[in-house]
Design a protein around this ligand. Structure first.
Ligand SMILES: [Zn+2]
Length: 866
């Protein structure tokens, strides 16, 4: 069905009546959503006129939302429409900018002046004539769908309403309508609800309409939570948005959400202190949040809608859409509306309709615009002072600069530096090589980040470790030290010293294409891109091997030392000619931006030669990932995303329910992320055991590792955290939340000791490795001394909250185990090595498991021969 404004209204009504969807007479939409507004410009189409149905009567497909905003751009000089990028499923990410025609005429000037607020070194701009910038960000969680509908009504209201108050808003503000932060997830949910919508609509919570199938519409294409990605920027949607964000630095950002159907409405302030970030000035929380809350309360009071504040929803992690703006001199605010999750659903107060949820979000969103305009100078001044205090706080900081570097892996170093630049952090080249805290930082392979800079607060978030907390309950992580996630050597400096050249963009990589060899090529495994290069070679049918002992090769450019894990490509053993192989090597080097070396002789200058028994032929991974109801969709999505994004390697995603009749013969690698595998019956468990014994590599994370041990698929011992968690037999009801919070591990960082001579440790140059833990899966070290590949150190705690009791159990426990089973093996992680797609330190362990699993033969284990 397509409608546009030129079609007569009776046709619209007639068609709607046929569909039985006309709950309200045409144009009555406005009287429900805007009962007080009488002066709408009739030339501006309402969403209802444009779409052919009233907002709230059904879920609007994302392309229709985009089309409506484009239509407003076409018919009004108050609206401009732009595309800021594309999602993985190639939906456009769009922004409608709404302001007065006069402001539209000088938008670039407004932007330039506004950005001066963030440059304390520049003179302060005159605030009197500066518009305030308001960014309304809708629907980051795809299945919280009311707010995208709100985006259309809000855009309509601001464009069509001719009353003086709205004209003042347009004159004194620039409003960015960001209709869906997660278009792919939004449409997944829209399709689900639409295909199940009854006529009449069914309010029974058990109806299919209200219960999406796994993985639901919350995440993006790769099932990630984009409302955790503002800091790590793992995803294209976030990177596109970040570009736009820093182009404008809005004063207010609203992050629209939905929560449980039985709830009411939530807006900030969040829980004082314990839910707030210590780096953010108190004026944000005690001043701006409180100020704006009055307007939001007033809007909901007028509607008679219930709400709450202060009790929950943390505001600590800069990766949230409502927290990142606090780190940029703005104020970020979460709105949470009880979800009808569909068109209407019963709740404890009666029946919650989609239209009601839309109306609440609409009212608070418009109240935000009003509040921003009425407090325009306060907000602008706050932003200016925020960046000024960033300089003074950075100057007062004990650490005056962070140095970071990486001597062996140029790719990981680049990725991290790119992240800092994406956040507009000032980065400088290291002026001269130096040793800090026992680590060697080499000029050309290390950078310096001074704390005295406008992005001081983000710098601290990315580099500093946190061990002090106001509370033990975390909605999410309690630490996000990205320098640890990237496993990059880094250190704090007491003085910023002499800085090298400022880095504003990364120089392009010129991969080392070797001379053609008729004997062999070598690929150093220390570079992060080596795994992707290896898969590409294997996919092209190239025979690849890996070395287990160090050696010094005689290369064209002289003797060069290589570590275990180095991939060797013997020329004469290939099925293709030497010339064809050389073409492949050249192509892979360029595509993966990585260097190869060529050797003319197998005789090494030192160590093993290239025909040694300490070199094993690798097999190309054919991987399977179990998915579906009960499996943690985030972890499954992280596996899928990493293999796609970093390795360009396919993985079959198979539903758990299909497992019993699945033929496993085509797979040599199976990944079980955490989740409930109880649905697999004994025959399925036996099938998995046989497959491992026949040579398969089974990789398990967290609770899947526990399950594999309990089912006897792998040998091991699970340590219970529950047994001595509390000696108190009786605890007050009111203390339940802090008590239970202290028992869980809500996301913290630890140090493990990694056996870098083991195939799973290949490519690592340092035995100490930071790992991320957000579960209470604790595994005992293996009986076989060679099987505990990574072990928590005796003093493992690096950053984040942990209770004393949990820490004592985590100490010296196993982080990574191998259990040889017949011809195959189970590789058990106690944690998720792929957390949020950016744990570049530990996700290399996962890559090693995929590529080197088949060549692990643990000493001391008798291997059955065929
Ligand atoms: Zn949400």
């Amino acid at each position: 069905m397509h409608f546009n404004t030129r079609k007569p209204a009776w046709r619209l009504l007639f068609t709607l009546a046929l569909w039985g969807l006309v709950a309200l007479p045409l144009l009555a939409q406005n009287s429900y959503y805007f009962p007080k507004t009488k002066n709408f410009n009739p030339k501006i189409p309402t969403p209802e006129q444009f779409l052919g149905y009233g907002i709230g009567e059904r879920q609007t497909r994302y392309d229709r939302v985009v089309a409506y905003l484009q239509e407003l751009d076409r018919v009004s000089d108050k609206v401009s429409f732009e595309t800021i990028g594309y999602t993985y499923e190639h939906r456009p990410q769009v922004i409608a900018t709404i302001t007065s025609p006069e402001n539209h005429g000088r938008l670039e000037q407004i932007r330039q002046e506004h950005l001066q607020l963030a440059s304390p070194a520049k003179a302060a701009p005159a605030l009197a004539n500066m518009p305030v910038l308001v960014h309304l960000g809708y629907n980051v969680h795809g299945n919280e769908s009311s707010s995208t509908e709100v985006s259309m009504l809000t855009a309509y209201y601001l464009t069509a309403n001719q009353d003086p108050e709205t004209q003042r808003y347009l004159k004194e503000s620039v409003v960015f309508i960001d209709p869906a932060l997660n278009p792919d997830g939004r449409d997944r949910h829209t399709n689900w609800v639409s295909m199940h919508q009854g006529n009449p609509a069914v309010s029974d919570p058990a109806d299919r309409e209200h219960n999406e199938v796994w993985p639901g519409g919350r995440g993006n294409h790769y099932w990630f939570d984009l409302n955790r990605d503002w800091l790590p920027l793992a995803h294209v949607e976030s990177r596109n948005r970040m570009e736009f964000y820093h182009k404008w630095l809005p004063n207010v950002f609203i992050d629209f959400h939905e929560m449980g159907t039985n709830s009411t409405y939530y807006f900030e302030p969040s829980k004082p202190y314990s839910s707030e970030n210590r780096l953010i000035p108190r004026s944000t929380y005690d001043g701006l949040n409180v100020l704006l809350a009055k307007y939001h309360a007033e809007a909901l009071d007028e509607l008679g809608s219930l709400y709450f504040t202060k009790e929950q929803y943390d505001n600590i992690y800069p990766g949230y859409g409502s927290t990142y703006p606090d780190f940029q001199g703005g104020v970020g605010i979460t709105f949470e509306q009880a979800s009808s999750r569909g068109n209407k659903q019963e709740n404890s107060l009666g029946v919650l309709t989609f239209a009601f949820t839309i109306r609440n979000h609409l009212a608070t969103g418009l109240a935000t615009v009003k509040a921003s305009v009425e407090n325009r100078e306060t907000l602008l001044k706050h932003q200016r002072e925020f960046y000024q205090s960033a300089l003074t706080d950075g100057r007062k900081n004990g650490v005056r600069a962070y140095v970071y570097g990486e001597n062996y892996d140029a790719t990981r170093l680049r990725k991290f530096t790119k992240l800092l630049l994406d956040h507009r952090i000032e980065v400088y080249e290291l002026e001269k090589s130096q040793r800090v805290d026992g680590q060697q930082f080499e000029k050309g392979k290390a950078y310096v980040v001074p704390t005295e800079q406008p992005q001081y607060r983000l710098v601290e978030s990315i580099f500093a470790k946190t061990k002090e907390f106001d509370d033990s309950v975390f909605y999410d992580a309690s630490t996000w030290t990205l320098a640890l996630a990237y496993n990059l050597p880094h250190a704090g400096l007491k003085s910023k010293g002499a800085l090298g050249k400022r880095v504003t963009e990364l120089a392009p990589v010129t991969p080392l294409v070797p001379a053609q060899s008729h004997y062999a090529y070598l690929l150093d495994w220390a570079d992060y891109n080596a795994a992707g290069a290896l898969y590409l070679l294997q996919d092209k049918g190239v025979i690849t091997q890996t070395v287990f002992k160090p050696f010094t090769a005689t290369t064209a450019s002289g003797p060069k030392a290589y570590q275990p894990g180095t991939v060797t490509i013997p020329v004469a053993s290939q099925k293709i000619s030497s010339d064809s192989l050389y073409k492949v090597i050249t192509e892979v080097a360029q595509k993966k931006q990585i260097g190869f070396e060529s050797v003319k002789t197998g005789l090494s200058a030192k160590g093993i030669d290239l025909g040694s028994n300490n070199i094993q032929t690798l097999r190309k991974p054919e991987a399977l990932l179990l998915t579906g109801q009960g499996i943690t969709s985030y972890e499954a999505g992280e596996v899928w995303f990493l293999l796609d994004e970093q390795l360009h390697m396919p993985i079959s995603k198979v539903d758990l329910t299909s497992f019993p009749r699945l033929n496993l013969r085509r797979y040599n690698t199976i990944v079980l992320v955490s989740g409930a595998y109880n649905g697999l019956d004994k025959a399925s468990v036996d099938k998995l055991k046989r497959w491992v014994a026949d040579g398969g590599t089974l990789i398990t994370f967290k609770s899947a590792s526990e399950w594999a041990i309990k089912q006897g698929i792998a040998q091991g011992k699970v340590v219970s955290v529950r047994d001595t968690a509390s000696k108190d037999l009786r605890i007050d009801f009111a203390d339940a939340t802090p008590t239970e919070g202290a028992r869980s591990v809500g996301g913290s960082i630890y140090e493990v000791d990694l056996d870098i001579s083991h195939p799973l440790g290949f490519g690592f140059t340092n035995r100490k490795l930071p790992v991320y833990r957000n579960s209470t899966t604790i595994l005992a070290p293996a009986k076989n001394p060679y099987s505990t590949v990574a072990q928590y150190t005796k003093e493992p705690w690096l950053s984040g909250y942990v209770s004393k009791s949990n820490l004592s159990k985590i100490k010296s426990s196993a982080a990574l185990l191998v259990s040889d089973q017949g011809q195959g093996r189970v590789i058990l992680f106690s944690d998720n090595p792929n957390f949020r797609g950016i744990w570049y330190g530990t996700n290399r362990l996962f890559f090693n498991a995929i590529f080197f699993g088949s060549v692990i033969k643990t000493p001391g284990v008798a291997v059955a021969t065929e």
